[in-house]
Design a protein around this ligand. Structure first.
Ligand code: FEO
Ligand code: CA
Ligand code: CA
Ligand code: CA
Length: 540
């Protein structure tokens, strides 16, 4: 494990600094270069957005908006340090490049709906490094593809009986994960199709498996992994090739889950893993006050998941002493459990966390989850110890026996975000070094360095204290935080991917509001390459 970094932390960047910083700021010795913005060409033959509004036939073949989760894949016969594929989530619309004014799903024409739905989903692009170190999208590569809100997806797993064989569209593609067999898991962070309310509600809120190489599986909604406000997935394997996928529900509040496929994956035969995610066991995490934890099985008939179950609701949002509203829920089948996973988790006693965002698994089996904030929490517990938690925290756990199959774990809090300059004791936090609010993206890279990206509000009070949303290195032993990258005005920092040798990082800048990345067009969400001018691994 490598807990060290060599860069000199950058200063916080404030919106109100003069002149406004509409740039990505990185430490001395590093460069940040935009390679892929909303509206850029994807599918071979497509032309990019040039400033004029377009038809759905055009936008369907271009980059979507609101770049979010992302992963880098090697491709056959290409040195992965010099090229590969990026699979990139598009969480929502970059509306300004699509329509004059706002998009209203209730009054939109069929063509306007198609345009809106084309701007979400996933882009797969081939990227390549030139001899001078600069990266670009390989135009017209046959790997370049879009999966959008207009695409038809297969449905797999036990809830297929309720959802149907196919669903039109994926959307709210927040963060993502990958599998040991090289597929991409794009996570739907909304359980309804807010862009097209005519679509049946149970179609959304799933993990969707896509093969970036386009050879293994049709894009498929994996219902066995549950339906909630999915943030990302991160996996842990064992020597017998069993695997667990960890998942956060970014609900206010939401639970932390893991899904264990029933069978081992086959590292030698990719095709054998094609439908591995359709059969397995879903668990919800219970964080006990003594630092122990349990994975509680969410299987119909167990742990209270029966007909006439009492769902206690989001009781942590109700003041101590007041009565929280509960409801009666009927779990007749496993499909009922999977379609109503949030409710099943509460019935089974899962801990209601302060908005679980990304999860990451380190080389030593340490698992970390960002709990971004929960400004309306009224009842605390050991794992969520602050009322009105405006700045969030990071929880860390180790599975019993370091096994992905464990049903118990031990946990602690890595840190509580905030800043010592804040008077309110529940908002100060305990960060050592550069402070931040609202951790969201988190990743332990393959050399063991921990990176955290923020998505805090951008009001003056937040920005003056913490600066623009940024990316930080955090020492896992000392907790010391060092600001590595700061984004342009109004954005959040998300998406982290890298070449295998870590000489190139890919980072996403979502919803900038100034003039970035080009002065003459509306601000656009974009993918940025971050690399060192001396060619060494980022952070090393
Ligand atoms: Fe789409 Fe929870 O961030
Ligand atoms: Ca997020
Ligand atoms: Ca967020
Ligand atoms: Ca976002």
């Amino acid at each position: 494990l490598n807990y060290g970094v060599t860069f000199t932390p950058i200063a916080k960047v404030t919106d109100r600094a003069a002149p406004a910083f509409d740039a990505v700021i990185v430490p001395n010795g590093y460069v940040a270069e935009v390679i892929f913005s909303a509206g850029d060409p994807v599918v071979a033959g497509s032309t990019g957005y040039k400033g004029a509004f377009q038809t759905s036939a055009e936008t369907e073949r271009q980059s979507g908006g609101q770049h979010d989760g992302m992963h880098f894949y090697a491709i056959p016969n290409v040195d992965p340090q010099k090229g590969g594929l990026l699979a990139i989530n598009h969480e929502a619309l970059d509306t300004a490049i699509l329509f004059a004014g706002s998009y209203n799903a209730a009054t939109a024409t069929a063509e306007q709906k198609k345009i809106a739905l084309s701007n979400v989903g996933v882009s797969v692009i081939e990227v390549q490094r030139a001899d001078d170190g600069k990266w670009s999208v390989k135009q017209n590569s046959t790997y370049n593809k879009r999966y959008t809100g207009n695409t038809v997806y297969q449905v797999g797993g036990p809830a297929k009986s309720v959802v149907g064989n196919t669903v039109v569209g994926t959307l709210n593609n927040c963060s993502s994960g990958h599998t040991p067999w090289g597929t991409y898991l794009t996570c739907e962070e909304s359980t309804d199709n807010y862009l097209d309310p005519t679509q049946p509600e149970v179609g959304y809120g799933w993990v969707v498996e896509i093969d970036p190489l386009g050879t293994l599986v049709q894009p498929t909604k994996r219902t066995a992994m549950g339906r909630f406000d999915h943030e990302n997935t991160a996996y842990m394997t064992n020597s017998a090739n069993r695997v667990a996928f960890y998942m956060g529900d970014d609900g206010t509040p939401g639970c932390i889950y893991k899904f264990i496929p029933s069978k081992a994956f086959d590292p030698a035969n990719r095709a054998a893993n094609a439908n591995l995610l359709d059969e397995g066991t879903l668990y919800v995490a219970r964080f006990n006050g003594d630092g122990s934890g349990n994975w509680v099985e969410l299987t119909q008939g167990k742990n209270g998941l029966v007909v006439g179950a009492t769902d206690p609701g989001n009781f942590t949002q109700v003041a101590v002493g007041a009565v929280a509203p509960s409801t009666v829920v009927n779990f007749n089948t496993q499909a009922d459990v999977l379609v109503n996973t949030k409710s099943a988790a509460r019935v089974a006693g899962g801990t209601l966390m302060d908005r679980p965002e990304w999860i990451t698994v380190g080389q030593d089996g340490t698992v970390l989850c960002t709990l971004t904030n929960n400004g309306s929490r009224k009842r605390v517990d050991a794992a969520n110890p602050r009322v009105d938690n405006a700045h969030g925290h990071i929880v860390r756990w180790k599975e019993a026996g370091n096994s992905p199959l464990a049903t118990t774990f031990t946990w602690d809090l890595l840190l509580q975000a905030g800043d010592p300059s804040i008077a309110a004791t529940n908002l100060k936090g305990n960060i050592v070094g550069n402070t931040f609010s609202s951790p969201d993206g988190i990743r332990i890279d393959p050399q063991g360095r921990l990176w955290v990206q923020t998505d805090s509000g951008t009001g003056a009070n937040i920005t003056d204290t913490f600066g623009n949303n940024s990316m930080y290195y955090i020492d896992q032993k000392t907790g010391e935080s060092k600001r590595f990258l700061a984004g342009p005005t109004g954005c959040e920092i998300t998406g982290i991917a890298y070449t295998p040798d870590l000489t190139t990082f890919f980072i996403n800048i979502q919803h900038p509001t100034g003039k970035w990345p080009s002065a003459n067009l509306p601000a656009r969400s974009s993918t940025v390459v971050v690399r060192r001018t001396d060619g060494k691994p980022v952070g090393a």
